[in-house]
Unconditional design. Structure first.
Length: 397
């Protein structure tokens, strides 16, 4: 594996050797939960225990999660060694036992950048550790926080077949050794397609594999990975690094279909524990994917216009396309760069320059944005809401 071996940078970011605790997916309940290792996939080398593909090679079941096709599945993580984040894929593999053939794992959603976090390096662990003694980090409770562990609501396509399957999370870290992580959860699908489910499943791309000796024939480069062939459903949370694919096939995307790009947020519908069906959540008239929404939790405020601070307001997510002309976009004004108020013109729909990371910015009427790496992308407000003084609030009747 290629090493990110600049000592000063590694020390500054708190990166340590491969014996450090990394990340696991804790929701939905993974195989072998209580003994699940945080290590990346790989053979036994240098005194390290082998971590085989798929799913660490241990398929003992703690709990089976039920999920309804056309809903969303909340995915949460444990850990603090987030390596600056990276890119993730979420996939399905049907059968009672996970297949060791990567081509049989079909991608239903890809996240480029910001998964499972957007951070400078690792984050400080928080006490207490999880019930199995794994170090844990501060949680964002949403899909857009900084320097914390995010969670995501992943759309479950309506077109998938019913039955027993494994839900896979794969992660390519932004900083550190070139690695590939994978956790899987046993699940049961209901409400899917009995007639065309197999055909739809076969139409999905296989998961991307790299950086694993004996499994992958290529190695990625440092930085946010631009996943080759990420599929039609997904989201771009941060720009990938140039030549991030390394010796792997080059990506010509991502080119996500906005009409099926799914849901992200903190309180989407998710699968439930064994013995009960999950709520249908974000239903869809499409045969494949739920509609596009982004769940935003309003910031606490003393303003009388915000009566329900725990309400999640769904808004449509628009993907920005950057170009050489984007630098000419007008600068956000009226204090919007700090999220303190005012509206800003977003020009022809391009990103708006901003200064305070994570700040909510009111843009043109009906739109808002969240400052991310110096730019805010226009996102449509939900019906019945408006953006005022750096907050999304209910419209006065």
């Amino acid at each position: 594996m290629v090493n990110f071996n600049t000592p000063k940078i590694m020390a500054a970011l708190g990166l340590v050797g491969s014996s450090a605790a990394h990340m696991i997916m804790n929701t939905p309940t993974p195989y072998n939960l209580h003994k699940l290792q945080t290590s990346p996939l790989g053979p036994a080398t240098g005194g390290q225990v082998a971590v085989p593909f798929p799913c660490h090679g241990n398929f003992s079941i703690t709990e089976i999660t039920n999920v309804t096709a056309g809903s969303t599945q909340t995915v949460k993580f444990t850990g603090s060694a987030i390596h600056g984040g990276g890119s993730c894929q979420f996939s399905v593999n049907y059968g009672d036992q996970p297949s060791d053939d990567p081509s049989k794992w079909k991608v239903i959603y890809s996240i480029i950048g910001g998964c499972p976090a957007d951070a400078q390096g690792n984050i400080e662990g928080s006490a207490p550790d999880d019930e199995d003694g794994r170090p844990d980090g501060r949680k964002c409770g949403n899909s857009f926080g900084k320097e914390c562990v995010r969670q995501f609501d992943i759309p479950i396509p309506k077109g998938l077949p019913n039955g027993r399957f494994s839900f896979g999370w794969t992660w390519f870290n932004k900083i550190g050794n070139r690695e590939m992580y994978m956790n899987c959860a046993p699940m049961v699908m209901t409400g899917g397609s009995d007639s065309n489910g197999t055909a739809f499943l076969d139409s999905l791309p296989p998961i991307f594999v790299a950086n694993v000796a004996g499994l992958a024939q290529c190695t990625t480069n440092d930085g946010i990975l631009n996943v080759p062939n990420p599929g039609r459903a997904g989201v771009l949370l941060a720009q990938p690094a140039a030549d991030s694919e390394g010796t792997c096939p080059k990506s010509d995307g991502p080119n996500f279909d906005r009409s099926i790009s799914g849901t992200l947020g903190s309180q989407g519908s998710s699968g439930s524990g064994s013995g009960s069906d999950s709520p249908s959540g974000q239903s869809s008239s499409l045969d494949s994917f739920p509609p596009t929404t982004f769940s935003y939790r309003p910031m606490p405020s003393s303003s009388s216009t915000l009566e329900l601070p725990q309400t999640v307001i769904p808004v449509t997510l628009h993907t920005a396309t950057t170009s050489s002309s984007s630098s000419a976009a007008p600068v956000a004004t009226g204090g919007s760069g700090s999220g303190s108020g005012g509206s800003s013109s977003s020009g022809a729909g391009g990103p708006v320059p901003c200064s305070e990371e994570g700040a909510l910015i009111c843009l043109d009427p009906g739109y808002f944005g969240i400052c991310d790496h110096g730019a805010a992308v226009r996102m449509e407000l939900a019906v019945g809401t408006t953006c005022q003084d750096g907050k999304v609030v209910r419209r006065s009747v």
